[in-house]
Design a protein around this ligand. Structure first.
Ligand SMILES: [Zn+2]
Length: 339
């Protein structure tokens, strides 16, 4: 491979770190995952400096000259179109309306393609399943509820304006005990994300802890703010705590219910569940709750073939890429596009 000059980098820009991966012209990872601090709040120029650091480290880790990097894939935690971010999300103000893709391409001297982080993670999950040739839907509960859709062959469907697959904001018919639809972080009411996200966990936990039945719960005695308690909920669920289990069960069920409508639109065949719960010890149970919600809303043909009941029409799997999925996806994309 020494005489083949083509390597491709994937750079995943997050709020706290930039993760970077290098692949060769066969889309095989070369060298280790590189992580550098993210400086997004200091503006895009400061972040470009960090991306340069990451590229230097990738080249050093793979034992190649940096000039051998022939293309770069970049992802950001914000909706973007043609390399321009349309909303602020977790980034500093100077990112919005700037041609990030063009500017970083000019700076690095190689072609750059940019998309959002959920699209990138979906492509990463596709790239890591080398035997999977069909399409793939990624749904990832985290701080919010993100999604991405990869077409057969590995190209991500981003929509006409880069605004497709905002799966967290499809509406679901679930109401709080007072009959109201919960308000989402986007300002709308009744979004799936208002039930399936870290933000939702906080609201649900606050409401549940106020009920008499949980008066003696350990989290009620805990003086920490509800934001911190919500982080502890996963540990509680792993130990079988009834309150934590109830909250995650509801979340999983509603996630499955929402996925049914996305599957009815896209019929992806494979649904990959991403986010932090992919590492939870109760994830099998959580997936069973997702499938319960899915069965409630999806017609039987979306679960089993009417010709052969042993043939599953919608397969559910956990994400396998972990924190590196988005960087892997963008390296794969760069290899596909710029080879
Ligand atoms: Zn919303």
């Amino acid at each position: 491979m020494a005489n083949d000059p083509s390597y491709f980098a994937g750079l995943d820009i997050g709020g706290t770190t930039v993760k970077a991966v290098l692949v060769n012209h066969h889309a095989e990872q070369v060298g280790p995952l590189v992580e550098v601090r993210s400086l997004v709040k200091n503006g895009y120029e400061a972040t470009f400096g960090q991306l340069d650091n990451a590229l230097d480290q990738l080249a050093a880790g793979a034992g190649i000259d940096r000039s051998a990097i022939a293309g770069i894939g970049l992802d950001v935690p914000a909706p973007s179109s043609e390399g321009v971010i349309w909303g602020r999300a977790n980034l500093g103000e100077d990112w919005v309306g700037t041609d990030i893709q063009g500017k970083f391409s000019a700076r690095s001297g190689v072609p750059v393609h940019m998309t959002n982080d959920c699209n990138a993670a979906a492509i990463g999950e596709y790239a890591l399943r080398r035997k999977h040739l069909g399409s793939l839907l990624l749904v990832a509960p985290g701080t919010g509820l993100g999604g991405g859709f990869v077409l057969p062959g590995g190209r991500c469907y981003e929509g006409a304006n880069g605004l497709a697959l905002e799966v967290g904001h499809i509406s679901v018919p679930f109401r709080e005990d007072d009959g109201e639809l919960p308000v989402c972080s986007c300002g709308l009411k009744g979004c799936a994300e208002a039930w399936v996200s870290l933000v939702a966990l906080r609201r649900r936990l606050r409401l549940e802890l106020a009920k008499p039945e949980w008066a003696d719960h350990a989290l009620n005695a805990d003086p920490a703010p509800v934001e911190e308690k919500a982080f502890k909920l996963r540990d509680f669920a792993e130990k079988g705590d009834p309150l934590a289990v109830q909250i995650f069960k509801q979340q999983g069920f509603i996630l499955g219910y929402a996925i049914a409508d996305i599957v009815r639109t896209l019929d992806p065949g494979l649904v990959v569940i991403g986010g932090g719960l992919a590492e939870a010890s109760f994830r099998d149970q959580y997936l069973a709750w997702i499938e319960e919600g899915f069965a409630e809303r999806a017609w039987p043909v979306y679960r089993h073939s009417p010709l052969d009941p042993n043939v599953t029409t919608t397969q559910f799997e956990w994400a396998v890429g972990g924190d590196a999925a988005a960087a892997i996806g963008m390296a794969y994309t760069a290899q596909e596009m710029f080879q």
